[in-house]
Design a protein around this ligand. Sequence first.
Ligand code: UD1
Ligand code: CA
Length: 462
Amino acid sequence: MSVAAVVLAAGKGTRMKSAIPKVLHPICGLPMIAHVVKNLREAGVGRIIVVVGPEGQEIQDLLGSEVEYVVQAEQLGTGHAVLQTEAVLKSHSGPLLVIHGDTPLYRAATLRELIKTHESSNASGTVLSVLVDDPTGYGRIIRDDEGAFAKIVEEKDASPEEASVKEINSGTYVFQCEPMFAALHQISPENAQKEYYLTDVLGIIKEQAGMVEIYTHDDHEEALGINNRVQLAAAEKILRNRIREKWMLAGVTMMDPDTTYVDAEVELEPDVVLMPFTFIEGRTKVASGSVIGPFARVRDCVVGENVAISQATVLESTLEPGCTVGPYSHIRAGCHLAEKAKVGGFCEIKNTTVGPGSKVPHLTYLGDTSVGSGVNIGAGTITCNYDGKDKHRTVIEDGAFIGSNCNLVAPVKIGAGAYVAAGSTITTDVPPGALGVARNRQRNIPDWVQRRSGKSSCQEEG
Ligand code: UD1
Ligand code: CA
């Protein structure tokens, strides 16, 4: 039977002390709630209904039409939040998974196990519990004398004896819709927080002779609920480790995993080497044989085979096989480095294509530039792409040679095979095959040094 899921994300997340909704805080480069949705999809969940607050537009903008939304106008508690989905789930007959938007660490296999336990036990509700050393902040699972489920007690309502229980409610459940909604209509906010607790539903089901199952999961890390920034950092650490292990087992070398940061959506091929202090972010893809780092940051890039990036920042760009970048260079958004292109030390390039085998070896700024193949750009070359108002393009055709320390004032074109003399400020096109020179002729003044020292010694005497 098809499984649907409700994701609770309407809470204010006050403990985060943030202007950003809690569930949009990123973990390994992906917003918390996007992890939850991804995990649900991997577990085979079909319909996903996200409960958002009145200010949930940002969440809807992020997740788009992939999921359905229900607005909880007032945040009256987790039970009240689930109740808002009654109308849209009217025709749903399969199991309903309820999960919080602030629990991003579940493995798909765990969620599948939970659903399986629920289905095979024929329970009306099944709660995922874990054992923790420090249960602070969580609801406690209270069992009866036979060890079966009795109720869940929130920390603020717990007696000292209940508070000492180390089996906690993860906030993830599977229900049958009918008994769940029936019980939701019976809960009341008579508790320490004056909220409608979803946790009370299980107690009610049990009291009314329904069956409640507990699925105790052995990895408590997966159930980590993020309420504050300390827990956010803890989740980040756990997920980073998992990502590293996944890629190392898939054939990626990490010389120092502790200082290698790989975001959740990155894709790496076997025999990629990541050196220490390296960040591979966003949706970057790196092909086999590439060596990245030390001290590199690569975000939202496509990196081909056998590319070397050392001590550089490379953003939103494509690097074809065999390129080299760095050290100490910044490749900004919109660059395309063709096969075996080189951007060496202390360069910045932006919205620029560099053709096959072309070299930008040192101390250069290229903005809004098209560089053809086999071009050599001398040290200190600057494209003057901005006139204070608009940006203009520079075109450097195949085989051109730009001498050191040139200014290319855009819009301007250097023709195929043309040369630009070192130190030139080029303001008009250089035709193919021509030499462009734009600098003052050198004049040597004979004996100038001697005459100057003669003069200064006169001054000293005077
Ligand atoms: C909840 C559980 C607790 C469990 C813990 C696990 C209840 C009453 N308590 O506590 O037993 O151990 O999760 O992490 O359920 N939300 C809404 N609307 C609301 C209130 C909350 O959508 O009116 C959403 C929040 O956005 C959040 C989730 O529900 O994603 C949980 O709310 P939160 O306030 O974090 O509950 P906890 O105090 O952590
Ligand atoms: Ca929580």
